[in-house]
Design a protein around this ligand. Structure first.
Ligand code: GLU
Length: 409
């Protein structure tokens, strides 16, 4: 289950359906540029350690490369390639004028101190400085990278440039060039799409049974939004445990509990369930918001949810996609469902470049104005070609990338 192979299979499937121009298919079959670096970091005990780091600049047909940096022990070059390709598709799906890129560092962030993370983040910027910048490639947060890390990165880049250069990364703290609404935007965008999907499918706008896998930024914010809308979040999974209560979890209390205990494990009033039980729950909506390859040929058939909203990147394998489509589970793909994050990142970058900042209401309205038409375009493409919504999103995005790509030839 190599994620880059999965990504290329998704590309080929969509290319066939829409008869994509062979030149564009060829250009999208490999990244434009791959940069690797070893980051020397002085540890708190005085020793030196080297960390393997990547930046993949996949495609820039529609604009500067855009995409997050992941700090995780399972980062690999193939994973970063897949994620950067998905960023190119994602930006085109919501029609923002950016290309696709992604970065990563192989490390266990829980094993490093805050000072070590700061030195590593600054080292990342020094290593990749020649290839990034507000007009070239704009990183952002991803798994285990935070607004604070983005602040260190923007600061390091500005020092090297000898001038404030806030547009080099997005997802910064609001006090230091960040945009209002960026912190919650991944979940908020997914929430708008889910609302539209429920309407389309004739499902209620509250009281639905849901489960969320992952309780990081995207998953926890999504669970809060669902709870606030009156849905019943019956199960939440994090990397330590999966907690379940048929009557629904009190999400604000769970968030406080997780903050204190570092995990949802043993949250009062819940019972622990297994990974396979989680995916077989009787649900209306299932929200994977963790890592790749969680829904596979092994568990896809057990999924009873009517809607699967992919807040994570790449949680479903191509084999599982086919099973879910056959079982009439409406899968809203990552490149649409989690595109709210990069959309508000784009807004942040626009605000940085113009040095004029928008109200929270303005950001939220503009986010909605991107997500809803994107949902409609993807739904329509699904109907037109009789394909699942992933292929529909790819077809929508590839048509846009193709026009830009060939206009430049
Ligand atoms: N890491 C997020 C994603 O996968 C956000 C990227 C960005 O804001 O550039 O979409």
């Amino acid at each position: 289950m190599n994620v880059y192979d999965n990504a290329l299979r998704q590309l080929e499937t969509a290319a066939k359906v829409m008869d994509l121009h062979p030149d564009t298919l060829l250009k999208l079959s490999s990244p434009e540029r791959v940069v690797m670096a070893s980051l020397p970091v002085k540890m708190d005990d005085g020793s030196l350690r080297m960390f393997q780091a990547y930046r993949v600049q996949y495609n820039s047909a529609r604009g500067p490369y855009k995409g997050g940096i992941r700090f995780h022990p399972q980062v690999s070059l193939d994973e970063v390639k897949a994620l950067s390709f998905w960023m190119a598709i994602k930006c085109a799906t919501v029609d923002i004028p950016m290309g696709g890129g992604k970065g990563g560092v192989i490390l266990d962030p829980k094993a490093l101190s805050e000072n070590e993370i700061e030195r590593l983040s600054r080292a990342w910027i020094r290593a990749f400085r020649p290839v990034i910048g507000p007009e070239k490639d704009i990183p952002a947060p991803d798994v285990y990278t935070t607004p604070q890390i983005m602040a260190w990165m923007a600061d390091e880049f500005s020092k090297l440039e000898g001038k404030p250069s806030l547009g080099v990364v997005t997802g910064k703290p609001v006090e230091f060039g960040g945009s209002l609404g960026r912190g919650t935007s991944t979940a908020q965008g997914g929430f708008y799409v889910l609302q539209a999907a429920c309407q389309q499918l004739g499902l209620a706008s509250s009281g639905l049974k849901m489960a969320v896998q992952g309780f990081g930024n995207a998953g926890a914010t999504m669970a809060s939004l669902l709870f606030a809308a009156g849905h019943k979040v019956v199960a939440v999974a994090d990397s330590q445990s999966i907690v379940f209560n048929e009557a629904g979890l009190n999400i604000p209390e769970l968030a406080i509990y997780k903050e204190k205990n570092r995990s949802v494990k043993n949250f009062p009033g819940t019972k622990e369930i297994s990974f396979s039980e989680f995916f077989a729950l009787d649900l209306d909506v299932l929200v994977p918001a963790a890592l790749e390859n969680q829904i596979t040929a092994d568990n896809a058939d057990s999924i009873k949810a009517k809607i699967l909203l992919e807040l994570a990147n790449g949680p479903t394998t191509p084999e599982a996609d086919d099973i879910l489509f056959k079982n009439k589970v409406v899968l809203i793909p990552d490149v649409l469902a989690n595109a709210g994050g990069v959309t508000v990142s784009y807004f942040e970058w626009v605000q940085n470049l113009s040095n004029y900042y928008w109200s929270a209401e303005e950001v939220d309205q503009k986010l909605r104005d991107k997500m809803i038409p994107a949902w409609e375009a993807v739904w329509d493409a699904g109907q037109k070609y009789s394909v699942n919504l992933r292929t529909a999103a790819f077809v929508t995005a590839l048509a846009r990338i193709d026009l830009a790509s060939r206009a430049r030839n």
